[in-house]
Design a binder for this molecule. Structure first.
Ligand SMILES: CC(=O)[C@@H](O)[C@H](O)COP(=O)(O)O
Ligand SMILES: NCC(=O)COP(=O)(O)O
Length: 237
């Protein structure tokens, strides 16, 4: 079964636009889980443009499914992981000023940094996933580093899907299989939506988790949150 982890960054973006507490992120998270989310993802960026440090601690008390915290593993992030102990830490190589995540790790060039970081997170009892492009050498690098999972960065799949979905999924299906053969769990995320999700799931039925935020929140404006989560879950069956 592929779990749907709802990324709630965008709800926090809307809340922060007015400086108050509307929408209330705690209520949003409780409702997402009530409506069928099997995980909650956040990406507390250094400038706190959406998820704040306070949110990270507050949501720990609320999430009853899987709590996934994404981020660049600087001291600030590692402190959050060690104190909050979420279900999963997803390491993303974003520079602080990035508008959104825009690349996977180079697991070969950054091997010693990642190895030390992964060891530290595992010592806290937290599952580790590394955000990577669908390249065989990067997956092999992640396996050598003893990451628990990889998250395939699906922006290229989402863009390519509209032109030629078979061509767009090929590298993802191949590297997902390689990851599985190497004993890694397989997650995927970024720009997944109701149009491209079902085909990805069909081609990689053993994915452990997809994390989806931007498109899901946009869809919720039209269909409502409960219907939307149900629609995404349906694509994963
Ligand atoms: C790691 C990742 O893939 C992201 O998609 C991310 O969580 C989105 O972050 P923003 O919501 O800040 O664009
Ligand atoms: N890891 C990907 C994620 O959490 C959400 O990405 P997006 O759906 O907001 O592009």
């Amino acid at each position: 079964m592929t779990k749907l982890s709802v990324n709630v960054n965008k709800f926090a973006t809307i809340r922060n636009a007015r400086g108050g507490n509307n929408p209330d992120l705690v209520k949003v998270v409780k409702d997402c889980e009530k409506f069928g989310a099997q995980g909650i993802t956040i990406h507390p960026r250094p400038d706190q443009r959406h998820i704040t440090t306070e949110d990270v601690y507050q949501l720990k008390e609320v999430v009853t499914t899987e709590y996934n915290i994404e981020g660049y593993p600087d001291e600030r992030y590692l402190k959050l992981i060690e104190e909050v102990k979420p279900t999963q830490a997803t390491l993303v190589p974003d520079p602080p000023e990035a508008i959104t995540s825009n690349a996977g790790w180079d697991t070969l060039t950054h091997a010693s940094f990642l190895q030390e970081t992964i060891g530290r997170i595992k010592a806290a009892g937290v599952r580790v996933s590394i955000f990577v492009d669908p390249l065989a050498e990067q997956i092999e690098g992640a396996a050598k580093l003893r990451s628990d999972r990889i998250e395939l960065y699906t922006e290229a799949y989402a863009t390519g899907y509209l032109k030629d979905k078979e061509a767009a999924v090929k590298a993802y299906a191949n590297t997902a299989k390689l990851a599985k053969d190497l004993g890694l769990g397989v997650n995927a995320g970024h720009d997944l939506d109701l149009i491209n999700l079902g085909f990805l799931q069909e081609q990689i039925p053993f994915m452990d988790e997809v994390s989806i935020g931007h498109a899901l929140v946009c869809d919720a404006l039209y269909y409502g949150l409960e219907n939307t989560i149900e629609m995404y879950r349906r694509e994963l069956k």
